[in-house]
Design a protein around this ligand. Structure first.
Ligand code: PLP
Length: 375
């Protein structure tokens, strides 16, 4: 028997953002073309043209020079490349980095964060007396949406330890807030296309002049000999189109803050024991992380899924495994509260009506489980 299926409302945009129609159109056209960007003939030159156009579009998104943009297979690769280039040296990372930074530098020292999820600049200042080779701090946290004071961090590092190289994972900032690579004055910046309406499996590493890497892939001379392998031309072109659209849509994206605030207000009104993380810190417009202490995130996630809404528990990349989020742990959140944390992340296609449906589904769930919530 054919079961009528509720249409899914997708509110897990920090895991992956719905791809934009113009991106699909651009990629579809290019997929029909043949040509290796390293070939000298006309077909090769056409493919090369798509890649260089995208490089310019990514540079525009980050207010930088196209010559500093290197394409990768996603931000995991960009992050790994930078962190592994400093293997064996003293590395600092924030305690709330994505696993693609954390696991690539298992020996790194962690810079603590405050209870509202912001890097602790006082602690960092003390730690900098060690003059690390590299420091890696994300621009926006993927779970809480908290915007980190990267400019202040760079100023502090340049003052106390001018030789230290600085990397920022800007994956959750791109398309959400303006990024100015030159003004930030970092040495390395990672991007991922699928977090702002582009395709999955393509990203970039932006490198300032003089910043070096140990390349991960060996072979052909692509990407100025920094990343061997035939380029994924259609994906790179889609990434470029997504970057241009993200800049045009940046102002509209900020309107998501009122929908996010509506969710937080409605849920808090129904349940005063609800905890919202990073609410007092500067946040991107689309993200809220909130917990019902004592009720596991999986229970809530499944109830909402049955109600037709897709959200995430903690970091989506590790949502296959059930353990409390290291981000909330670093913010000093008690484990039984952290285990009950959901992340709701809206996107360019989110509507008011969808937000109302999420609130209704959450209230229905809440009615059934409220006697299980811890004080
Ligand atoms: N960094 C952050 C902050 C992320 O949220 C993610 C994806 O979840 C990544 C890095 C990894 O990006 P990619 O999916 O392109 O490998």
């Amino acid at each position: 028997m054919d079961m009528a299926k509720k249409p899914q409302i997708y509110m897990d945009c920090n895991a992956t953002m719905p791809i934009k129609g113009k991106v699909v159109d651009a990629m579809t056209n290019i997929l029909k073309e043949t040509g290796n960007a390293s070939s000298i003939h006309g077909a090769g030159r056409t493919a090369r043209g798509h890649i260089e156009a995208a490089r310019t579009q990514i540079a525009e998104l980050c207010a930088t020079n196209p010559a500093y943009v290197f394409f990768t297979g996603g931000a995991t690769e960009s992050n790994n490349t930078v962190l592994k280039s400093f293997q064996g040296q003293n590395i600092f990372i924030s305690a709330i980095e994505h696993p693609s930074v954390m696991d690539a530098a298992p020996g790194a020292q962690k810079i603590p964060v405050s209870p509202d999820g912001l890097i602790d600049l006082n602690q960092l200042e003390i730690m900098l007396a060690q003059h690390p080779a590299l420091i890696s701090v994300m621009l926006v946290n993927n779970e809480t949406g908290v915007i980190q004071p990267v400019s202040d961090i760079v100023r502090l590092v340049r003052k106390i330890s001018p030789q230290t190289r600085i990397h920022t994972d800007a994956v959750q900032a791109a398309g959400r807030i303006p990024i100015d690579f030159s003004a930030l004055q970092v040495d390395y910046l990672s991007l991922s296309a699928h977090k702002f309406g582009g395709p999955q499996g393509v990203g970039a590493l932006i490198m300032a002049p003089g910043a070096k890497i140990e390349k991960m892939f060996h072979g052909g001379g692509q990407e100025k000999r920094q990343r061997a392998g035939t380029e994924n031309v259609a994906a790179i072109a889609g990434f470029g189109v997504a970057a241009t659209l993200a800049m045009a849509d940046m102002a509209a994206f900020q309107n998501l803050a009122s929908l996010r605030d509506r969710i937080e207000a409605a849920l808090t009104a129904a349940e005063p024991r609800l905890k919202i993380f990073g609410q007092t810190a500067p946040r991107v417009a689309n993200t809220t992380q909130l917990a019902l202490p004592g009720v596991t995130a999986e229970t809530q996630l499944m109830a909402l899924d049955l109600g037709g809404v897709a959200v995430s528990s903690g970091s989506a990349c590790s949502s296959g495994t059930i353990k409390a989020s290291h981000v909330l742990e670093a913010m000093g959140v008690k484990p039984e509260t952290a285990m009950g944390a959901l992340r709701i992340s809206l996107g360019w296609s989110t509507t008011e009506n969808e937000v109302d449906q999420l609130i209704a589904a959450w209230l229905e769930m809440h009615g059934r489980i409220k006697n299980k919530i811890a004080a």
